[in-house]
Design a protein around this ligand. Sequence first.
Ligand code: SF4
Ligand code: SF4
Length: 305
Amino acid sequence: MFLKLKRFWQSEITAWPRNDANIILVTEILLMSAFLTMNAADGILQSRAIMHYVDAGSFPVSSFIMPLFEHTSTSTLIFIERACWWFHIIGILAFMNYLPYSKHFHILLAFPNTWYSNLKNMGEFNNLESVTNEVKLMLDPSLSAPAADAPPQRFGAKDIKDLSWKQLMDAYSCTECGRCTSQCPANITGKNLSPRKIMMDTRDRMEEVGRNIDKHGADYDDGKSLLTNYISEEELWACTTCNACVNACPVNIDPLSIIMDMRRFLVMEQSAAPTELNGMFSKIENNQAPWQFSPADRLNWVNPS
Ligand code: SF4
Ligand code: SF4
């Protein structure tokens, strides 16, 4: 059972996320090794009072490497120090160019993403602007309806273009650490849902749409969407809206808001809610309560006959 859950938990970490993580890890080890070796060589050159290597204080970590170079000639030490300096600086510049293509982009986006966190109480859902506009139009005759040729506003989200900029930034800020999935009760009980996968799918779809725009222009439709081609209805309805994933994320990413917006699309545009919910919706519509009793019979329990 444990192995089954572990396998499922790791199912979204396929070839590219794994390779990406390995590239980041190896690059960081190499860059840090070069940096510490440079300082170790520099420290010894300082102790030999070589010109250009002025006394710059101690190197607490590199001092553990210095004994390795104690008997190295001065010219070799200068070569090592220069080579490590260039390797480190060129490596940093190359790595900065790799970041936008990698999950490591989160080191740039983590701060702004946290700054723009949703500060409302957890569980408080936002009103959809498209629905609010429709209601205002119905209630206020003085408001003018949108032009006949204006595209209809979408209720909820079917694809990434329906998501807000914050939801898209959330996806680019995700470091795929899996804290959210490890706290998700749906995932823990074996349901087909992983909030980490929701974020990874959103980013993958964004990159696919970006490639399509580069190739075919902004209006190109590839016939795919985030809903169905990446995230299934089963995943969306497995969510209990408990907010554990939002609470667990170290950079305040909100996978639940994407799940809810896609559910709203299913309910309001496709009438594709599970049967149990459809029953409840029609009872609320007809009886103003989720039960199958007429509102006139609501107080019958006080006077049982
Ligand atoms: S809100 Fe949904 S996705 Fe997030 S932890 Fe709870 S059940 Fe999982
Ligand atoms: S906890 Fe946050 S950063 Fe980690 S995988 Fe989940 S959404 Fe991404």
